[in-house]
Design a protein around this ligand. Structure first.
Ligand SMILES: *Cc1c(COP(=O)(O)O)cnc(C)c1O
Length: 204
């Protein structure tokens, strides 16, 4: 039997990453250096060809891929990464080879612009550009990336950014609540009422 030693977990992020991403990798013990920065294209978006090459290289080196992060609205430029393409790579090319990784969206800054896709009168229905239409509507490319937000595994949204709430306010949204359970620690003295809906327990 051959024992294959892995060379360490990797997380792929765009070159436009917010400093809090390597900070998170350092705190998690993954190591800031194991967060690999993917170069941007001429539009300031993560270059999906370079991402694909980096994922292939990690697979060849037996490095487990923890996650690929797409930034939906970079803090400095408002650039939007190709989320649809990243999901397509994962769900089609890699899943068929039994390679799985999480797709995280950093929408800390840009998350609130998803509201531009919804009609104010239709309670969350996916209709583009409510009435009255925004003066500067999002481009077709940007709209498509926002329409794919619901397919991501996790999304961060900061109400203290474009939600204009006082600092600090942050949200981490999970597509599958079981993912949160993997990292949950419970304080025994807060909200221990078993009849409480699990996702509403703030002490977790
Ligand atoms: C602000 C921001 C974050 C997180 O910053 P906090 O202020 O620590 O919540 C992450 N990513 C982007 C793109 C941001 O703009």
């Amino acid at each position: 039997m051959t024992l294959v030693l892995s060379c360490g977990n990797v997380i792929f992020v765009p070159g436009s990453q917010h400093y809090s991403l390597p900070k998170g990798a350092a705190i998690l013990g993954i190591g800031a250096d194991n967060m690999k920065s993917i170069p941007l294209d001429i539009y300031g978006r993560m270059d999906s060809d370079k991402l694909e090459a980096a994922i292939d290289a990690a697979i060849d080196a037996n490095q487990p891929i923890v996650a690929v992060v797409a930034v939906i609205g970079s803090t400095e430029e408002g650039t939007v990464d190709p989320l649809e393409k990243i999901l397509e790579l994962r769900d089609q090319k890699y899943r068929s080879k039994d390679i799985e990784f999480a797709v995280h969206v950093d929408a800390a800054w840009g998350g609130y612009f998803a509201s531009l896709l919804r009609d104010a009168s239709s309670d969350g229905a996916r209709q583009r550009f409510s009435t009255p239409a925004p003066v500067l509507p999002m481009s077709t490319y940007v709209t498509t990336q926002y329409e794919n937000l619901g397919r991501a595994d996790t999304i961060t949204v900061d109400p203290h950014k474009t939600g204009y709430l006082p600092y600090p306010a942050g949200a981490l949204c999970y597509r599958n609540i079981a993912m949160r359970s993997l990292i949950a620690f419970e304080a025994p003295y807060i909200n221990s009422d078993p009849s409480e809906k699990e996702e509403l327990i703030l002490g977790t």
